[in-house]
Design a protein around this ligand. Sequence first.
Ligand SMILES: NC(=O)c1ccc[n+]([C@@H]2O[C@H](COP(=O)([O-])OP(=O)(O)OC[C@H]3O[C@@H](n4cnc5c(N)ncnc54)[C@H](OP(=O)(O)O)[C@@H]3O)[C@@H](O)[C@H]2O)c1
Length: 267
Amino acid sequence: MKNTKPQKLWISGFTGRLGQNIVELLKDPAWTSKISVLGGNSSRFLFTGKEHLAEKTPFNEIAFGEKLLESEIIIDVSLPVGNAQLLSALASRSIEEKTILIATTGLDKSAIKAWRDFSAKENHRVLVAANTSQGISLMLSLGIPLALALIKQGFDYEIIETHHRLKKDAPSGTALILQEALVKAGEKKKIPVPQKPMHALRGGGVFGEHTLRLMGEEEEIIITHRAYSRTLFARGALTLCSWLIQQKPGFYAIEDVDLSNTPDFIC
Ligand SMILES: NC(=O)c1ccc[n+]([C@@H]2O[C@H](COP(=O)([O-])OP(=O)(O)OC[C@H]3O[C@@H](n4cnc5c(N)ncnc54)[C@H](OP(=O)(O)O)[C@@H]3O)[C@@H](O)[C@H]2O)c1
């Protein structure tokens, strides 16, 4: 990473829990030298200004679009409706190369295709990551081959996810990624993997739990990823931005991310 000036970040979904976690992390001098918060928006407000984004103004589509022009990195941690608004604000302007991390979940296939098309038309880097934790990346890269080996031997599988009571989408984006990765890996290795309904539990304050349960006649293996704090996702989002900014322009999914070659941009 050759840049010396902090990259200017815009956060869509700024007032949300994850958005605020990201802002908190960015107060750490270790990050400040690399990423500075230019501003953020919610559906109701725009936030700008140097002193921890002190200026709060009512949301205004034109001002929103203009601020996006100034940003170098954009993180979307809003809701699908906010995600669609962000894309339309970007797509309706001629903008220079941007690094865009979509961490909002609950996007349907057409929304993801729209981002893919957008990245293909323009010189942008877009990463859609329904789960920004490093543990989930490893669960995908190491857990899927294990699951396939067991399914080949006749094991059944189930995906179970649990989240706090306020989570709006179900099943979670991560559960969908796990299922898709398993089915795709099965197709490649010619091991039939049935598409199955997933189990989504909602309650309390659970940050996020994903289980891949592999059940044989006489034994079973359970792979569970448990998030202990939301900061995990905020830190992971910044790590993913650091990775993304070093990639060629294009569209990326979480399965494309390889953090083993950790860039020095990451704290
Ligand atoms: N990728 C990951 O690892 C990961 C981890 C956790 C959560 N998430 C996802 O990240 C998103 C945010 O999660 P959260 O827990 O922070 O939710 P939250 O607290 O409900 O925050 C949602 C944010 O989106 C804003 N928003 C709503 N409608 C909007 C619109 N039309 N335009 C712009 N902003 C809008 C809300 O502000 P107003 O109400 O003021 O508009 C708020 O700032 C969700 O999609 C969640 O599932 C992803």
